[in-house]
Design a protein around this ligand. Structure first.
Ligand SMILES: NC(=O)c1ccc[n+]([C@@H]2O[C@H](COP(=O)([O-])OP(=O)(O)OC[C@H]3O[C@@H](n4cnc5c(N)ncnc54)[C@H](O)[C@@H]3O)[C@@H](O)[C@H]2O)c1
Length: 362
């Protein structure tokens, strides 16, 4: 077991801080780790409805008011801007960095590859370089870099559950290729500059104020408009859906345990480097997921009791870049941190439906 570090009184730099996972992480840090100094960056791009990002930012500011000993600094800008990233590192000297900023989404990477190279490769490289130079002149720099990878690195892995020991050299989308590249780049930096880094392969994260580009959110929008939802691979898709609070809890555990710095027999550092899956370890059939979503949308009064779902559902073939199943082997996370997601799909979708009702004032 790695030595735990306390997050209280630390300066934590979160990129993608008003993103879905990032904003929930910032809220959780303020709620549970005060006093804590959080610096967040986000370019607030319009890949999806910016008003959701603004809502999340307002939630963070509201939460901050309850923690007068903590601080929250928000920088609107891009991690691809090297000068800006260096300036933030010089000014705030973060102890822990959590890189969640990225161009997400598998399908969008087919039509908009540039965004992925900029945020996921150039941006991540800037973060790595800044972590490296945080140690210059014998200054105690970044203690731990935690960064988002993705279950999409498993591509069309036949073996389930997906284990971090599986070979993941055959990405089926540019998005997946950038995430796998992040793991490779982090490994090189961990080895060369002894930077403790942990990559987290997230599995289909959902919850309130989630991403409108994800299926459950898109389905809800369409059903509300009376449109037909398309269920890919004729519903024979399985996803290891993970509730956002579980993800954030997992990230928080991992942040506290940087991989240990050790030298090998050659006197050179053994890279302080780890990669974990964070998923539910319980894949759900897409059709079952949709059924629970429907029930919860009715319960939250987003949709009327007599909604005719059957006439708004279309079963269609698989989309390019998609995979039929995602299923996380989460044994290492449980072994090292005693952590396992605990939110049921029904509870998670209930909270999503209630948030949706309120946010869109349905
Ligand atoms: N949500 C999931 O199911 C899931 C699954 C696997 C991996 N991930 C990864 O987790 C991380 C967070 O995902 P999320 O679901 O919160 O997505 P998100 O899109 O809500 O959050 C990412 C945030 O990063 C910001 N951003 C994008 N490019 C940027 C740049 N160049 N500079 C600064 N900010 C930038 C966006 O504005 C956004 O607010 C991402 O790295 C994503 O690839 C998410």
């Amino acid at each position: 077991m790695e030595e735990r570090i306390k997050l209280q009184n630390k300066t934590i730099f979160v990129t993608g801080a008003v993103g879905f996972i990032g904003s929930n992480l910032v809220l959780e840090l303020l709620r549970t780790q005060s006093p804590v100094l959080v610096v967040g960056i986000d370019n607030m791009n319009d890949y999806y409805d910016v008003s959701i990002k603004e809502w999340r930012l307002a939630e963070i500011e509201k939460e901050l008011a309850n923690h007068p000993d903590s601080s929250w600094t928000f920088v609107k800008g891009s991690i691809a801007d090297k000068g800006l990233i260096n300036k933030i590192f010089e000014e705030y000297k973060p102890d822990i960095v959590v890189n969640l900023a990225a161009q997400a989404g598998v399908r969008y990477s087919i039509t908009n590859p540039d965004a992925y190279i900029e945020a996921n490769l150039v941006g991540f490289y800037n973060i790595l370089e800044a972590c490296r130079h945080s140690n210059d002149n014998d200054v105690k720099g970044v203690e731990h870099l935690v960064y988002a990878s993705s279950s999409s690195v498993y591509g069309s892995n036949k073996k389930v559950p997906y284990s971090t020991d599986d070979k993941v050299d055959n990405p089926v989308s540019l998005y997946a290729a950038t995430k796998k590249s992040n793991e490779l780049m982090a490994h090189a930096y961990s080895k060369l500059y002894n930077i403790p880094s942990t990559g987290l392969r997230f599995f289909t994260v959902y919850g309130p104020a989630g991403r409108p580009d994800m299926a459950y959110f898109g389905f809800t929008n369409k059903l509300l408009k009376g449109e037909t939802i398309q269920i890919f691979n004729y519903g024979n898709c399985k996803r290891d859906f993970t509730y956002v609070y579980d993800i954030v809890e997992g990230v928080k555990c991992v942040m506290q345990a940087p991989p240990e710095k050790k030298n090998g027999e050659d006197g050179l550092p053994i890279p302080p480097y780890k990669v974990y899956n964070i998923g539910n370890n319980q894949p759900e059939n897409l059709l079952d997921f949709v059924t629970i979503l429907q029930e919860e949308l009715i319960r939250a009064k987003v949709l009327p009791e007599d909604y005719d779902f059957e006439s708004h559902k279309e079963l269609v073939p698989m989309q390019p870049g998609d995979v039929p199943v995602t299923y996380a082997d989460t044994t290492p996370l449980e072994r090292d941190f005693g952590f396992k997601p605990s939110t049921s799909l029904r509870d998670g979708l209930r909270r999503f439906a209630e948030w949706y009702k309120e946010f869109y004032q349905v």
